[in-house]
Design a protein around this ligand. Structure first.
Ligand SMILES: NC(=O)c1ccc[n+]([C@@H]2O[C@H](COP(=O)([O-])OP(=O)(O)OC[C@H]3O[C@@H](n4cnc5c(N)ncnc54)[C@H](OP(=O)(O)O)[C@@H]3O)[C@@H](O)[C@H]2O)c1
Length: 358
């Protein structure tokens, strides 16, 4: 089955996604009956591109990485899109049976826009949406999910929390009839790495600088250290898993700073661990708070670039998911896993193992 994609945002995550699609071309075709083409790409500063037969996205990724603009690579005879929504409309006009908008623009913590507009535009045009941006699920989950359901398309966002490690798909696809009562987790890599370094006697600024150098910290590092990224994740988790209707601005929020060093060292001396914990419970305000945890607490053992989330459920007790370090590949994989989740939902059956070419 042909799947045509429009990438809205072509930064680190989307470029890695384009390469992962190329690397996984054969299993996608043979096991999931997915012949994926990227037909449109939109960026903020690097222009737009379209080809009705599919773009060479890996070559375009190299071109953008060398500072080039997408328009310079536009094939003759193909219409150059003039806006993000134009890219979505060009995708919607494709004859492919599966049309998916992949949204990976930068998180806007003020109101989640323009990512929400891109998701809404895609749904209105009858396209499925996958996104790694926290904004849509954190600011407008109910509305977007309702709209997607009424249009019969998918709105998936596995990459919004803990990269490609399944959280939303885990609950949705593998925990039928389970009610999630609460969650608590260490979900921001930058702050957890910094706290771990502070525990071992390092200073705040070099630890932050290292995370920025690694490309892990958000472009605006205050999003991480002031707790906004964790608040956006807490809002998304609360909206999706706890049936809340909150935004990151409703989350009770705490961040970290140079003064956290003494608190982290004091906790360690007392045999405890300081962690920035995102938590939520049904009918209660989600929060992001610095907590001194007993050494036996699973979250106390989550150090460095590791993340973990504990779900408290009615039928399965506590379920913990741990990610021992993540990078762009995991986030790109989240988009891929959402794409396959959409394909699995379609009434046209997947090939059986016997049909698969080795
Ligand atoms: N990096 C990670 O490990 C990670 C992990 C989980 C989730 N995420 C989320 O995934 C998303 C992408 O992250 P990233 O690291 O790829 O960010 P990035 O490298 O900064 O790329 C952002 C992309 O969005 C484009 N963009 C920004 N504003 C736009 C607009 N108004 N219209 C069209 N395009 C626009 C940028 O274009 P220009 O460059 O031309 O301005 C760029 O191509 C973010 O929401 C982030 O929070 C990232």
């Amino acid at each position: 089955m042909r799947a045509d994609l429009a990438l809205i945002g072509f930064g680190n995550v989307a470029r890695r996604f384009a390469r992962v699609l190329a690397e996984k071309k054969d299993p996608l075709e043979n096991q999931y009956d997915l012949n994926v083409r990227i037909v449109a790409i939109a960026t903020g500063q690097h222009g737009h591109a379209f080809h009705s037969d599919g773009l060479d996205a890996v070559r375009l990724a190299q071109h953008v990485e060398h500072g080039g603009a997408l328009e310079a690579m536009q094939a003759p005879g193909q219409r150059t899109p003039v806006s993000n929504l134009d890219c979505i409309e060009l995708l919607a006009a494709s004859s492919a049976p599966l049309k998916v908008v992949v949204e990976t623009t930068t998180l806007n913590i003020r109101d989640g826009r323009p990512a929400i507009d891109h998701v809404e535009g895609a749904i209105s045009a009858g396209c499925h949406v996958v996104t790694a941006n926290k904004g849509p699920a954190a600011f407008a989950y109910r509305r977007l999910d309702g709209k997607a359901r009424s249009k019969g398309v998918a709105f998936l966002f596995e990459g919004a929390v803990m990269d490609g490690v399944p959280i939303f798909n885990l609950v949705r696809e593998t925990m039928p009839a389970v009610t999630v009562e609460a969650f608590r987790g260490v979900v921001n890599t930058t702050t957890n790495y910094i706290i771990s370094m502070l525990e071992s006697g390092e200073e705040f600024e070099p630890a932050l600088a290292f995370m920025q150098q690694q490309g892990v910290a958000e472009a605006d590092a205050s999003l991480d250290i002031d707790g906004w990224d964790a608040a956006a994740k807490a809002a998304a988790l609360a909206n999706v898993l706890l049936a809340a209707d909150v935004t990151p601005h409703d989350v009770k929020r705490e961040g970290i700073g140079p003064a956290t060093r003494e608190a982290a060292r004091a906790a360690l001396r007392a045999g405890r661990r300081l962690r920035l914990v995102a938590s939520g419970r049904r009918h209660a305000t989600p929060q992001v708070s610095l907590q001194e945890l007993a050494a036996v607490d699973l979250l106390a053992g989550v150090s460095g670039t590791a993340n973990a989330l504990v779900l408290q459920t009615d039928l399965l007790g506590e379920v913990a998911v741990t990610q021992l370090g993540g990078d762009l590949t995991q986030t790109a994989y989240a988009l891929l896993s959402d794409l396959v989740a959409i394909r699995r939902r379609l009434p046209v059956l997947l090939p059986t193992p016997a049909d698969r070419t080795p």
